[in-house]
Write a protein that binds this ligand. Sequence first.
Ligand code: NAP
Ligand code: MG
Length: 482
Amino acid sequence: MVETFKNYIAGEWVSASDGAVIENLNPATGEVIGYFASATREDTLRAIAAAREALPAWAALPGPARGAILDKAAQIIHTRADELAETLTREEGKTLAESKAEVLRARDIFRYYAGEGFRAGGEVIPANTPETLLFTKSEPLGVVAVITPWNFPIAIPAWKIAPALVYGNTVVFKPASLAPHTALKLVEILVEAGVPAGVINLVVGSGSRVGDTLAESKDINGLSFTGSYAVGTKIYEKTARNFVRTQLEMGGKNPTIVLNDADLDLAVDIVVRGGFGLTGQACTATSRVIVEQGIADAFAQRLAEAARTLRVGDGLQSGVQMGPAVSAEQLQTDLDYVAIGKQEGARLIAGGEPLRSERGFFIQPTVFDDVQPTMRIAQEEIFGPVIGIIRAKDFDDAVEKANQIGYGLSAAIVTHDLQKALRFADRIEAGVVKINEPTSGVALQAPFGGFKASSANTFKEQGQAARAFYTRTKTVYVRYGF
Ligand code: NAP
Ligand code: MG
């Protein structure tokens, strides 16, 4: 029998007020693996009210005490890592190795922010008058709404919820409808670790019911969103009306430049990992490879070979290197873009077909050559394992083509030439720059966020940077000499 799961509001596991549920599918088999309570507007408002009520006590708790709860959560994630990874693969599709890495990353994020409980503080500033203490206090922002995508169903919630909690905020968490089970388990773990009632609330449900209610609320103080540009811009219009502090991290169309001097094996490996890893369903995935003409033929041939030999299948099976698209719709989007690429005159040199022998939503790793920077397949985020090769005359031409795009999340270059590598870091319009590394994969202790249409460009996420978003500063003047 397929299990039905509940939301977590004001310290209780509850069904939706109208009894509605969302179906969760395994994208590798098409099977229903769970039903999830689909929160209504009323449920969401109740979650916001619960977070508001729980705020003063949680904010008043000393930082080290909040940190200790996060530390406990990290320990539970560690103990349950294999089970969490399996849940993640079953509902999202990425390979078990990819899921395990993501789960351990979430554990480390909780460890990292547990320590923040000891560190976060204020600053003492020289005053203008004698015997005066002038200092800043770092206070929690307040009630924070967290809206996350399906492609990193534990890491992204972790890198928003962990800093939110440790800095004293309370949270209403709306995970993506395509991968709610991992999110629910994370909430279960937080509850077990000792997060009090109302401090964390889970509202699984549709973007239009739950998401809109959160974005339109006057009773939240912050909203942190990761997802598509289309949804992000709609949210921003709503939160702006209420001056709700908003963080949006959105799509990408990330380039990897391969220069003539590049080690061919390294370049192919970096592009395969960046472009086909996680089935290309990463905001930082490589989708454009800009290759200097001297190495272009050899590189294209090697990349096509690598694409053809990648083992695609159910991520739960050992030896599988690439899982399915997350849903039938995403698979259709991927296939539509393959058709568009062909129509636009790009040359398909590997893949492009669904895997008809499998029951799930599988597509072959796909490579187009002779892609022009203005083609739709070079401009629009596909969010699948589809790589376009754009040929460049020289280094300057390559950087110019890399920047010829609305997005600016991540960008990489493969070269031994230090001068060109560092000039690339100077000139590229992207929030993350990688030299001889894939565009995907970032350190949890370093700031993360995009430029241009990849971000609202307000606050960075992760590391110490998260503190700016999740706290507000109060300036205190104390005159003790009269
Ligand atoms: P999405 O469709 O934008 O959804 C993201 C979240 O927003 C989901 O929880 C979704 O709920 C919710 N939502 C949908 N409509 C909403 C509305 N009107 N108001 C408020 N919330 C709403 O994105 P996705 O398909 O899940 O994820 C893929 C996208 O995320 C890609 O564009 C990718 O580049 C981006 N991404 C960016 C980063 C980054 O750090 N920059 C990281 C990972 C992914 P439902 O699931 O119920 O629709
Ligand atoms: Mg699913």
